[in-house]
Design a protein. Structure first.
Length: 202
């Protein structure tokens, strides 16, 4: 199970006090995407201290809504580490997501990413690092190999996408959520609360 919502594993942030003669660090928000990823790499390393994983290498997959790092362990296993953008979704949203992914792993052959629990059993870890202004919520799942389909929207791939969505709907129809589970609604053109400047006359 996912553990208690809101009771994530916290990794102590390193002391960011500057020593004598050191230049002040640039504000995180003023950095390029590459510069932000370099600092978030330290957050990822601090988050990994909460897991029983022998990491061989860690590679940035990019900054999207969140920062994604690909992990590889000494025995060849691969995982995805997601560092959530501050303010992006609530703790209970993240626990609900993990709960449903765990249920899919138990009850279907969909092959969805499987959340990995930290050493204390929680699926959300909070970690920070020097030069990153606030702690970040982090989660690890199994890595799903593949490539983006935006350039391969063939009839065959679209058919497979439809079949996958049907499987997800079928599982959702039989899934019994635990108390407090949230269901995110994607019933608007802009689903994250952004201002609609094209179609909203107000």
């Amino acid at each position: 199970m996912c553990g208690t919502p809101g009771k994530g594993y916290h990794v102590q942030q390193r002391d960011s006090t500057l020593g004598h003669g050191q230049a002040a660090m640039k504000p995180f928000a003023s950095l390029t995407a590459h510069g932000q990823v370099r600092r978030l790499h330290a957050v990822a390393l601090n988050a990994l201290a909460a897991y029983d994983l022998n990491i061989r290498d860690i590679h940035s997959e990019g900054m999207f809504t969140n920062a994604i790092f690909r992990l590889r362990t000494s025995d060849g296993q691969r995982y995805a580490l997601r560092i959530c953008r501050p303010g992006w979704r609530s703790d209970i949203d993240l626990f609900s997501e993990a709960t449903w992914l765990q249920a899919q792993a138990r009850e279907t052959d969909i092959g969805a990413p499987v959340p990995l629990a930290a050493r204390n059993g929680e699926v959300i870890v909070t970690a920070g690092a020097e030069g990153v202004p606030e702690p970040r919520r982090c989660a690890i799942t199994t890595w799903i190999a593949g490539s983006p389909l935006r350039k391969c929207l063939t009839p065959g791939n679209l058919y497979k996408m439809g079949a996958l969505l049907a499987q997800l709907h079928q599982h959702a129809a039989t899934f019994t959520p635990p108390p407090g589970f949230t269901r995110r609604r994607l019933d608007r053109i802009l689903a994250r609360g952004e201002q609609d400047v094209l179609f909203d006359a107000s």
